[in-house]
Design a protein around this ligand. Sequence first.
Ligand code: GRF
Length: 241
Amino acid sequence: MSAALAVFASGSGTNLQSLLETFGADASTDDAAHVALVVSDRSGIGALDRAERAGVPTAVLAPKAFEDRDTFAAALLETLEGHAIEMIALAGYLKLVPEAVVQAFRGRIVNIHPGPLPAFGGPGMYGYGHHVHEAVLESGVRVSGPTIHFVDERYDTGPIIAQWPVPVLADDDPESLAVRVLKHEHRLYPAVVRAVARGDVRLEDDGRVDYAAVGSAEGPGFALVGIDAALESIDSRWRAR
Ligand code: GRF
């Protein structure tokens, strides 16, 4: 059975695109998920165009248009129920997801962040405007990379599922780093969404992430696989000297 996935986006939607290209919009797919809905808080954005081109229904729900947080949350929940949504992937969604939605989807709602968490996260540290990449460059860390986590009631604090190391180069600026990190986002996010949709990666009641059902090649070490590959390439360069 393929899980009906809603992707929440506020921008250009390149992560949405990678999910669309991986899973498609067809509920009868053999894959673990299909994109059944795209939700945005604003109209006129690239993500909505991408959804329409892929034949995926869209819903624009601007928090401002509602009387208060509760009515916004109720409308969001009703929209998700109307499309029989079973899992949510935030992909460049800039609003805080209402508590009622987080609670209804706990363990089935994930987010991608364009930098290492928990160090480079929180309100204001979002990908657009390169705030995260600027902070990474200012800090002097030599490794950045995307983090994928379960969503809780706050920005960027939910249990981490996967990270991928992306080296910070000496001549990087926020734009060049963003481009390099984004490429890895597009690889990592579909793999993690698939693992969560399959139930191979689970959020425990105590907040721990259970990877028991994932093979070692893709498992807790989503990050370790990357580090291995990076070390392998560095080792082979050294050996070739
Ligand atoms: C990505 O860098 C994502 O990590 C962040 O916002 C950006 C969205 O890009 N949360 P796109 O809309 O998927 O192209």
